[in-house]
Design a protein around this ligand. Structure first.
Ligand code: ADP
Ligand code: ZN
Length: 530
């Protein structure tokens, strides 16, 4: 009925103008909101920063009753509620950070119909008391945020999300909208199945961020590389530098400050006051650099982040995409820059092996890492590879705005080099019963008489010095790519190298090993664009 939809459309638009102060809807927001306001279920796949919140906030305001928002991000609820209240929206939350009285107040407001939006942690919906509470009030819409948490093979799996299918059973007339920024095809299907939303309409936004230039450079001296990247291309720009550990966050921030770049650290080990202060400086000031662990960024909304740099390898493509996606929300040219090297692969493989998780967890983590490594090692367009990962088709084979498109890497037949590495590993193990890390293997190949080589008589091995045709950095590239391709594995706390099931096919000359040449120089973003 077109008459109806005109009414609801103007309701939605009026709310957008009056409450949120925005002129127009973005992308598919309008279609999504219209569909939900009319009572339909929706599954929304939209990248971070795409504007998912309005997709449930406006239906919550337009339809009678309270919109229930299920979100695992408890730490952000207070901020979200404060932001809504500042706009005059009657918002509240119920989670474990509250004491009994605070919770009581929220419950009373909900029952009295005094809330437009109520945020709930997923674990609360396991409790009969919560379901009971909900059935005594009036609900306008259920929004299930971060819906990929329902995917059992996903890296953010939350068992509590599995119980959310109960919402559809108990409240069949209340529309549900599931939202996520991270979903491959499989995850998308799992969301629909597990949340019990077979009739939901699917809204899939493009994951392409054409204004972000993706670059992955070989890691040599990461802090220095970062510094010249910043000085040459992003002087005075705001940006985020991600590091794996708190310690390297601190060191990197100090290093940048010493070298004339204003930078502050951000990680979970800092006290709340310092964290809040650094975050608000980042939002307020023009050209501040935040060095952070992945604890930083969830819910950060700064449009003019000009670069996101990674000094360590993210654990998954989802993580990489989400973190790099914080750059360039204003649509202006931005850079996603990463330094990546052999040590990243060794370290992450070691971390997975040493993790507390069970076998299934380790397999999952390893497959996430493999996808990430494939992105790092690809000789094809990075953007095309990213989009393919998210189940989307790239507009072109070559985007013209990533390092591999700008300077296509050469590949070479690395079969012989691979055999040299693998047979060194074999010799050590078979002839000496020894296992060593990449450094020693490379020293042997290069014929270096280091103290450690002498100590173990490794200069007596027949493979000693058989790799003088390549430089050390090139050998590191070979080992890194063998690890990335699963032709070599890492073992134990020292990260010693061992063969895999597929190594034999290389040693037996049954397969060719194509390797990516290590690029000499990476183009500068601005000059590359002309
Ligand atoms: P997501 O949850 O998808 O990461 P948000 O809902 O936080 O994204 O929105 C990202 C930013 O875009 C927020 O600052 C939001 O206010 C802004 N935004 C969303 N929709 C619009 C719109 N139609 N017009 C202008 N700004 C918008
Ligand atoms: Zn490209």
């Amino acid at each position: 009925n077109s008459g109806m939809s005109e009414v609801t459309e103007s309701d939605a638009l009026r709310t957008l103008h009056r409450v949120f102060g925005y002129d127009a809807f973005r992308g598919e927001q309008e279609a999504i909101i219209e569909h939900v306001v009319a009572g339909g279920d929706a599954v929304v796949l939209m990248p971070t920063g795409g504007g998912k919140s309005l997709c449930y906030q406006i239906p919550a305001l337009v339809r009678p009753g309270t919109g229930i928002v299920v979100s695992p991000l408890i730490a952000l609820m207070q901020d979200q509620v404060d932001a809504l209240r500042a706009l005059g929206v009657r918002a509240g939350f119920i989670n474990s950070t509250q004491d009994f009285d605070e919770r009581r107040v929220m419950e009373a407001e909900f029952l009295a119909g005094e809330l437009d939006v109520l945020y709930l942690a997923p674990e609360r919906l396991r409790l009969d008391a919560t379901l009971d509470l909900l059935s005594r009030g009036k609900i306008s819409v259920f929004a299930i945020d971060e819906a990929h948490c329902v995917a059992q093979w996903g890296h953010d799996f939350r068992p509590d999300y599995l119980t959310l299918s109960v919402l559809g059973q108990r409240w069949p007339d209340v529309p549900r909208i599931a939202l996520t920024a991270t979903a491959t095809h499989a995850t998308h299907r799992e969301i629909t199945d597990r949340l019990g939303m077979p009739d939901a309409k699917h809204f899939v936004a493009s994951f392409d961020r054409p204004n972000i230039q993706y670059r992955i450079v070989p890691k040599a001296e990461p802090k220095k590389q970062l510094l010249s990247f910043l000085k040459e291309e992003h002087a005075g720009d705001a940006g985020i530098v991600y590091c794996l550990s708190r310690n390297s966050v601190e060191k990197t921030a100090e290093f940048l400050c010493r070298n004339g770049i204003e930078a502050v650290p951000y990680h979970a080990g800092l006290d709340g006051g310092t964290r809040a202060a650094h975050q608000s400086r980042f939002l307020r000031e023009e050209g501040l650099v935040v060095c952070a662990t992945i604890a930083f960024g969830m819910g950060i909304d700064k449009p003019d982040v000009r670069f996101v740099a990674h000094l360590d390898l993210p654990k998954s493509v989802e993580g990489y995409y989400q973190e790099t996606g914080r750059a360039g929300r204003d649509g202006l040219p931005s850079t996603a820059w990463m330094a990546y090297g052999l040590q990243d692969v060794v370290q992450q493989r070691k971390m997975i092996q040493g993790s507390e998780g069970d076998e299934a967890f380790r397999r999952r983590a390893a497959s996430h890492l493999d996808s990430m490594l494939a992105l790092c090692e690809t000789a094809q367009c990075r953007r095309a590879q990213l989009l393919t990962y998210f189940g989307q088709e790239a507009a072109a084979q070559s985007c013209g705005n990533c390092d591999t498109c700008l300077t296509p890497p050469e590949t070479w037949d690395g079969t012989v080099a691979a055999q040299k590495v693998l047979s060194t590993v074999v010799r050590l193990q078979r002839e000496r019963g020894q296992k060593f890390g990449a450094g020693q293997i490379i020293d042997i190949l290069l014929g270096k008489k280091t103290a450690k080589v002498i100590q173990f008589d490794h200069d007596q091995l027949s493979v000693f010095g058989i790799g003088e045709e390549l430089a050390e950095a090139e050998w590191r590239g070979v080992v890194r790519q063998l690890l990335a391709q699963g032709l070599l594995a890492v073992e134990g706390e020292y990260g010693t190298l061992v063969l895999t099931e597929t190594s034999g096919s290389v040693l037996g000359r049954e397969r060719e090993v194509r390797l990516r040449k290590e690029p000499k120089r990476v183009p500068a973003a601005r000059s590359a664009k002309g």
